[in-house]
Design a protein around this ligand. Structure first.
Ligand SMILES: [Zn+2]
Length: 241
């Protein structure tokens, strides 16, 4: 009885401390800005429930796979969420890229990992490789948002991630206002491999934040496919349609 009372007192005290702590460090939902309650992380349950998940990992010929048809041989491809201007996914990606919220990337990676663990096409993925950022951009942001996503996926799937295998040799200009062809010319020669031998024959999951034309992912996948026996699949946080 005494043990039970001590446990429940400890429970009340820790709840009280958590609430008190929350007054000074408000933990708010990245989707709606409401306060998160205990057990919620990054998104409140309502926002999480309303997220536009694609479930592409369960569809062999989804729009991401089709986007790479005739361009590069991709084993399987998926995106976690639909990206639209003004939707909560845009807010999440904004928090991740411009608001120092690297934890958003890891969180979304963990959700992606949970999905991929149960998808046959991704079941033998052995390595997660993020699209590399140029060092100057990484220095400015403090982290590579795609590497955070990779970290969450790898942790959830119990596999490795490598930020060294694929490297960006030159700093490209921003892709935002370029046509599909201009984007391709801009990125096709900028990636290089570092110590690729130990990854021969593996199924590699290449990951990025938002896929638009797919030019950067195409260039990275082509590079990875130079490693003998490698298969490449793709997973992104969101797809802009
Ligand atoms: Zn919310």
């Amino acid at each position: 009885m005494k043990v039970l009372r001590n446990t429940s007192i400890r429970h009340v005290v820790s709840n009280y401390l958590a609430d008190f702590w929350g007054l000074f460090f408000p933990n708010t939902c990245c989707g709606c800005g409401n306060h998160l309650v205990k057990g919620e992380c990054i998104l409140c349950l309502t926002c999480l429930h309303d997220m536009p998940f694609t479930d592409f990992h369960l569809q062999d010929d989804n729009v991401i796979v089709k986007r790479f048809w005739g361009r590069v041989e991709v084993h399987a491809a998926t995106a976690l969420l639909h990206f639209q201007k003004g939707n909560k996914v845009q807010q999440l990606v904004h928090q991740l890229k411009y608001n120092q919220r690297d934890d958003v990337g890891v969180y979304l990676g963990e959700i992606m990992g949970k999905h991929l663990k149960h998808a046959e096409a991704f079941s033998d993925v052995a390595l997660v490789v993020p699209v590399p950022l140029h060092w100057r951009k990484k220095l400015k942001r403090g982290y590579n948002q795609s590497a955070c996503f990779a970290q969450g996926i790898a942790a959830e799937m119990g596999i490795e991630t490598s930020s060294n295998l694929l490297q960006r040799a030159t700093n490209t200009q921003t892709q935002t206002k370029k046509t599909r062809e201009e984007r391709w010319l801009n990125v096709k020669d900028v990636f290089a491999l570092n110590s690729p031998k130990k990854y021969q024959g593996q199924h590699i999951l290449l990951v990025d934040d938002v896929v638009t034309t797919g030019a950067t992912l195409e260039a990275c996948a082509q590079k990875l496919l130079q490693i003998p026996g490698v298969r490449v699949s793709i997973a992104t946080i969101a797809v802009a349609e």
